[in-house]
Design a protein around this ligand. Structure first.
Ligand SMILES: Cc1cc2nc3c(=O)[nH]c(=O)nc-3n(C[C@H](O)[C@H](O)[C@H](O)COP(=O)(O)OP(=O)(O)OC[C@H]3O[C@@H](n4cnc5c(N)ncnc54)[C@H](O)[C@@H]3O)c2cc1C
Length: 398
């Protein structure tokens, strides 16, 4: 990587990167990331994990001690306290992310809403970074969202169910406004995106009158997303609200390609990784260029993209800790990016997912898949962890 990129921060500083992790924690992370190097192990392990929990085999303890503890803060909100304190000690914020997915009942959706409200109350107690995040599929039936996206006619019951989804999101956003906590509404599969867009835009128009409080997620792996970002920016200007823009690359690439092929429509995903990278970076630059009208949350583990944002801030004359620009990573991943950015004075937050072990399995499987050696991510994590362990051993010997 060119030296110039590291002008404002250096992700190779491992002392900062792993300052929050004990030797024991590094040893465990080493084990989990080594295991995830094998795509076959990840595939078999994911199926085994789901199957064992579904039939009640006693594997919770094992999952908790390994992959769960690495990627999740705890099973409850209170259980996340240790993880968030550890981050806060190094000026890294935490976003409590109740990671229960695949909920199917109205009671379940209401219970998830209550839990998200609690995360907002809790985030409101933080002094320096106040964010919360959720997925609409935690509050709405997936099939209902699919139907709305496809433009199908809804029955009376379905219309009522959709109105309840709006109400749930509105309650969350109203509390967020009251507590001055920003809310990130995650993006999921593209074939449920239209209702998520409709709801999120309605919330931004209602609550983002003074600043970007509610954030829409742009998945830059979609080839239409850069244009969509500019279109929503224009919409926000015309309708008198601030655009909250959370930019990510996107986590459902394989599913998207498989569905598009099976159903015979054009794959919405970019033709190449380079095209995704280009649009992600153009997107963050666009937001920073228009920062007086946009709040940016850049969620990425890509070193170059994170370095580039530090340069865009400089280019447009903004301070490192501008209150409209946040860097975000996931708990357990890319600490070398998060902790070095925070040390250099940038605003950094990590998603801290939590929830009952069984309910977080889809999240854990996505992380495991993202970290196989095919995608390259765990290779990097592993190399860094091994380097740091060697460095600490050297220090002890010396
Ligand atoms: C804080 C945070 C919040 C997140 N929230 C969401 C969310 O709400 N919704 C969501 O979907 N994801 C979310 N993600 C996950 C994110 O979308 C990515 O899957 C993940 O971060 C990996 O991308 P990267 O930017 O870290 O970098 P990299 O590891 O450099 O990029 C990997 C990504 O590039 C893209 N890609 C890879 N190969 C190709 C290819 N051949 N063609 C086109 N594109 C390709 C894919 O999106 C892949 O995930 C979040 C991530 C973070 C850190």
């Amino acid at each position: 990587m060119a030296m110039e990129l590291k002008k404002f921060v250096d992700f190779d500083n491992l002392t900062n990167a792993f300052a929050a992790r004990t030797d024991e924690a590094l040893k465990k992370a080493n084990f989990v990331f080594s295991t995830m190097q094998s795509p076959t192990l990840v595939k078999v392990g994911s199926q085994l994990m789901e199957f064992s929990l579904n039939v009640g085999l006693p594997v919770k303890g094992l999952i908790k001690k390994t992959i769960f503890n690495l990627f999740c803060g705890g099973e409850t909100l209170d259980g996340c306290q240790r993880a968030t304190n550890q981050l806060a000690a190094f000026n890294v914020g935490a976003i409590y992310d109740y990671s229960v997915e695949g909920e199917k009942s109205e009671e379940g959706f209401d219970a998830t809403t209550e839990e998200i409200l609690k995360t907002i109350e809790r985030a409101g107690q933080f002094e320096f970074i106040r964010f919360s995040a959720f997925k609409v599929t935690g509050l709405a039936h997936f099939d209902l969202l699919t139907k709305i996206h496809a433009g199908e006619k809804l029955s009376k019951e379905e219309q009522a169910a959709y109105a309840r989804v709006h109400d749930r999101v509105d309650r969350i956003c109203a509390l967020a406004k009251k507590m001055d906590v920003s809310v990130l509404i995650d993006a999921e599969e593209t074939w449920i995106q239209k209702p998520i867009t409709e709801i999120t835009v309605a919330m931004m128009a209602k609550y983002n009158t003074e600043k970007a409080l509610i954030y829409y997620t742009f998945q830059m792996y979609c080839h239409a997303m850069l244009a969509h970002l500019k279109e929503l920016h224009l919409h926000s200007k015309e309708n008198g609200y601030r655009l909250g823009a959370k930019l990510v690359r996107g986590a459902y690439m394989e599913k998207e390609a498989a569905r598009a092929e099976a159903m015979g429509y054009e794959n919405p995903i970019q033709p190449s990784k380079e095209a995704t990278d280009r649009d992600f970076d153009l997107g963050t630059k666009y937001c920073i260029e228009h920062i007086h009208e946009i709040g940016l949350f850049a969620g990425s583990h890509n070193e170059k993209s994170n370095y580039l944002i530090t340069h865009y801030l400089e280019e447009f004359g903004l301070p490192r800790n501008d209150h409209r620009v946040y860097f975000g990573q996931l708990f357990g991943m890319s600490d070398h990016i998060s902790f070095n950015l925070a040390e250099a004075g940038f605003n950094v937050i990590k998603y801290v997912p939590y929830g009952p072990i069984k309910a977080t399995i889809p999240y854990l499987i996505r992380r495991a898949n993202e970290n196989t050696s095919v995608k390259g991510q765990s290779g990097r994590e592993l190399t860094l962890i091994r380097k740091e362990r060697a460095r600490r051993k050297g220090l002890k010997k010396g």
